[in-house]
Design a protein around this ligand. Structure first.
Ligand code: CMC
Length: 437
């Protein structure tokens, strides 16, 4: 590894194929599994490795987020997610993810001021919203509008200039809630609400979503706290699909706004950020506690093609630590709104109870993930389900940015270019159209 790498040599592995043997260096990080370095394997042996879905592949070296899926551990820059959720807040966690350390008071105050000074968007961006149908999915709007930012902020698209990268990072973190709230307001035909910089990050976002010019809007602190915790829990999750998308897009030298738009597009899928919307729809479809056993039976039937949404994770083979903390916020929000008897919560609790005792889920190590309870909470906060993934995108932006910056600064970084196991037709002669069957 290059001298800048923090990885430590940890011996070597031997691969034998035919009558040849290849020695492959092994490296260790600060925690987590060691890695076998296969970078020279193709040059030495003419063979690729094969790993669809990257289940055994570390695509980069990173200092940001650590997950131990078997133990249900999640850390940002070494801090346990539970400690951050209890003692920190989303904006402070943004500072941590971006800079590697928790800020002292002056650093935090400066960071807060810088973010709030960038919350407004170019007024002409409004014409982009007007170009969308009112019933457009807000994630479609997010992909388009965030991608369009590179056409508005030319002075922060040169990725080789650290100052430009920094300003682009601030702009994205600051403007994402404004754009997300505008996407929501547009979909319901209400006027856009401009940001107010005397409010905190999450309070401001709630106000931009739910205030109307005709009335005073008071932010409920319990609801704001719950959303802030949800944002914090979603802020980063190492090399997941959307983050890897951001890194892959960025590896070609694309500007940060384009890269984050690519991340948003990836996040939209139901197997990733779209799962909380799907989980809530599933709870609504089940309808009541007595229908849960029947639904679980359908999930276990391979032919049904039904999965328990909000359950299972590529990395967590234990209870997702984020799910526990979101469940706590679900209770707080429902209590604050006097809705503790919410039937969706009862259905979710029963589904979790039954699934956690069932051999199918136990054997496959399927536990509730971050999306299982977030839908109920976000719905109680007043968001329609098609906004859930948008909220995830708002929160994940800082993770994407931190990972993108880390990649750009990494001396080992090269354009991402996976190879393939080709199984298609080999060379064949071209047949003229009138001679084809
Ligand atoms: N319900 C029922 N069976 C499941 C589920 C589920 N939710 N998840 C996995 N399985 C089964 C699957 O059928 C397979 O069984 P078999 O070995 O008999 O074929 C086995 O468990 C392994 O599944 P997999 O699809 O190979 O696992 P994966 O690591 O590729 O998938 C996952 C991870 C999250 C896509 C998957 O668990 C899933 O589809 N969950 C539901 C969607 C969801 O909640 N997604 C949110 C993920 S957390 C937020 C985020 O990171 O964005």
């Amino acid at each position: 590894m290059p001298t800048e790498s923090k990885a430590k040599p940890a011996g070597s592995a031997t691969l034998t194929y035919g009558n040849k043997t290849y020695d492959l260096p092994v490296y260790g990080g600060s925690q987590g599994p060691n890695v076998v370095d296969i970078r020279k394997l193709y040059g030495d042996s003419g063979m690729f490795t094969y790993d669809p879905g990257f289940t055994s592949t570390a695509s980069c070296e990173s200092d940001i987020t650590y997950i131990d899926g078997d133990e249900g551990v999640l850390q940002y820059r070494g801090y346990a997610i539970e400690d951050l959720a209890q003692h920190s807040n989303f904006l402070e966690t943004c500072y941590l993810l971006m800079n590697g350390e928790l800020p002292n008071k002056p650093q935090m105050s400066k960071f807060h001021d810088t973010v709030t000074n960038h919350t407004m968007v170019h007024e002409q961006l409004i014409s982009f919203f007007n170009g969308f149908r009112r019933d457009a999915h807000p994630m479609a709007i997010m992909c388009g509008v965030v991608g369009a930012l590179s056409a508005f902020y030319h002075d922060s698209t040169n990725i080789n200039d650290p100052a430009q990268r920094q300003i682009a990072s601030f702009r994205l973190i600051a403007k994402m809630p404004t754009i997300a709230a505008m996407a929501y307001k547009y979909s319901i035909g209400q006027p856009f609400v401009y940001p107010r910089n005397d409010l905190g990050y999450t309070e401001n976002f709630l106000r931009m979503c739910f205030a109307v010019p005709a009335e005073e809007y008071k932010v409920n602190p319990v609801l704001a706290k719950a959303l802030d915790v949800i944002f914090l829990l979603h802020a980063d999750h190492e090399q997941n699909a959307s983050t890897s998308t951001v890194r892959l897009a960025g590896s070609s030298g694309a500007n940060p706004f384009a890269c984050i738009a690519a991340g948003i597009a990836c996040l939209w899928g139901p197997a990733h950020g779209g799962a909380n919307e799907a989980a809530l729809n599933m709870l609504r479809e089940i309808g009541s506690v007595d229908k849960v056993p029947e639904y679980v039976k359908k999930v276990k039937d391979k032919n049904s093609g039904i999965r328990l949404m909000g359950f299972g994770h590529r990395v967590y083979k234990n209870y997702d630590p984020r799910a526990k903390m979101i469940r706590e916020q679900t209770y707080n929000v429902l209590d604050a709104l006097g809705k503790r008897d919410e039937p969706l919560l009862k259905t979710a609790l029963e589904l979790e109870r039954i699934a956690l005792q069932d051999d199918y889920f136990i054997e496959k190590k399927l536990y509730p993930n971050v999306d299982f309870y977030s839908g109920i909470t976000l719905s109680a906060l007043g968001f329609p389900s098609d906004m859930f993934t948008v909220l995830f995108a708002v929160a994940r932006t800082v993770g994407w940015i931190a990972q993108w910056n880390e990649m750009v600064e990494d001396p080992q970084q090269r354009i991402g270019r996976p190879r393939q196991l080709f199984t298609g037709e080999t060379s064949r002669p071209f047949v003229q159209i009138d001679k084809r069957k």
